[in-house]
Design a binder for this molecule. Structure first.
Ligand SMILES: Nc1ncnc2c1ncn2[C@@H]1O[C@H](COP(=O)(O)OP(=O)(O)OP(=O)(O)O)[C@@H](O)[C@H]1O
Length: 344
């Protein structure tokens, strides 16, 4: 078996909540609560889920931009969590991040050429004399004119600024790029252009992406495999095809809006996610989704389900639901199959 490029095991990130006169720790926000996944070289793994489920915290924790509370992280088989500060700095060049708001992450007082030059200087990847040529190449690679490197970030449109963010990430020749809601602030046609650019760059440079998004349409477009998160936990993981065609977790089905509620009279209705996500300060007992799940029974309130293999043939597909087999038996696995069953 090949070693994945990246792997994390039992990753946790808790944020302490302090209060009282002595400003003591009162509780923890369990933003990421014991998740494990791996990413193979050259693939795109997406993390999807509603706001607050812990997607961004996962992205930051695996890069150690936020120190994880617990868990293991391996990059190219090497223990990334226990690297010394000096080694971490060196390794950082292999793992870059692109943010939602490129404007906020680009220094407005620097010209683009300075932004790119600085990124390369910090990592010491390109000798000073070679950097102007590399900057011209990078501009070209992300679809901007080399002369535009003389401009400041505010002189660019949102899509162009995201291209600059991508050029900055590429400037240090990374292997893995975390794209944190990287196209969420862009209009639909600009989104498509930037997604296509990311795909082209992936092919050209053999890049690996961890793609974080709340938008299933975008995730469907870009991913090879998908992780669905709910309140700090992974509820389903699998190949894109498995996730979209044969979702097993009621939450995934609800996100896809493709499942009827378990009432024969209302068979054609779909799960509508009602109410807000409960607080990660005090998550529900048992299965965290049970308070919003139309299939929940007593066991769901008491026992946190493990991620289990599903019975479909689409590779490694796992879901964390006590009732997934019964739900599949009753309603089929996809919207198409459910509709067909209803016609019979
Ligand atoms: N620095 C922090 N201190 C305390 N709580 C935090 C901190 N950062 C994130 N959280 C909390 O952790 C939880 C997960 O946040 P996170 O930003 O990872 O979610 P997300 O899925 O990326 O959502 P969004 O897309 O809205 O950013 C949220 O409840 C958030 O309020």
């Amino acid at each position: 078996m090949t070693t994945p490029l990246f792997e994390t095991k039992n990753l946790k990130k808790y944020f302490p909540v302090k209060g009282g006169v002595l400003n003591r720790k009162m509780a923890d926000v369990k933003a990421v609560d014991d998740i494990s996944f791996s990413i193979n070289e050259g693939e795109t793994l997406s993390i999807v889920g509603e706001s607050g489920c812990g997607k961004s915290t996962t992205g930051r924790a695996i890069l150690r931009l936020e120190e994880p509370t617990d868990g293991e992280i391996y990059f190219e088989g090497e223990d990334f969590r226990n690297l010394s500060k000096a080694d971490l700095r060196k390794k950082r060049k292999d793992m870059q991040i692109i943010f939602q708001d490129p404007f906020a992450s680009l220094n407005p007082r620097q010209k683009v050429k300075q932004i790119l030059d600085e990124a390369m200087a910090i990592q010491g990847v390109v000798p000073k004399n070679d950097r102007p040529k590399r900057i011209r190449e990078l501009m070209d690679v992300v679809g901007l004119r080399p002369q535009q490197a003389e401009r400041y970030p505010h002189e660019f449109s949102g899509g162009q600024r995201q291209r600059i963010g991508i050029a900055r990430a590429l400037s240090v020749d990374p292997k893995l790029i975390v794209c944190d809601e990287a196209v969420s602030a862009l209009d639909v046609s600009t989104q498509a252009q930037v997604l296509n650019l990311l795909r082209d760059l992936q092919k050209k440079y053999g890049l690996t992406y961890l793609f974080i998004s709340h938008d299933l349409g975008v995730v469907r477009h870009i991913s090879d495999r998908v992780v669905v998160m709910y309140l700090g936990k992974i509820v389903e993981i699998g190949d894109k095809k498995a996730l979209f065609d044969e979702p097993r977790h009621p939450y995934t089905r609800a996100l896809l809006s493709a499942i009827p509620v378990p009432d024969p009279e209302r068979k054609s209705e779909r799960i509508v996610l009602e109410g807000d996500v409960p607080s990660p300060l005090d998550p529900p007992s048992g299965c965290r989704f049970h308070t919003r799940c139309p299939f929940a029974t007593d066991i769901c309130k008491q026992e946190d389900p493990d991620l289990r293999e599903t019975d479909d043939a689409n590779g490694d597909h796992r879901a964390a639901c006590h009732h997934m087999e019964e739900i599949v038996a009753q309603y089929g696995t996809s919207q198409k199959k459910t509709a067909a069953a209803e016609k019979e």
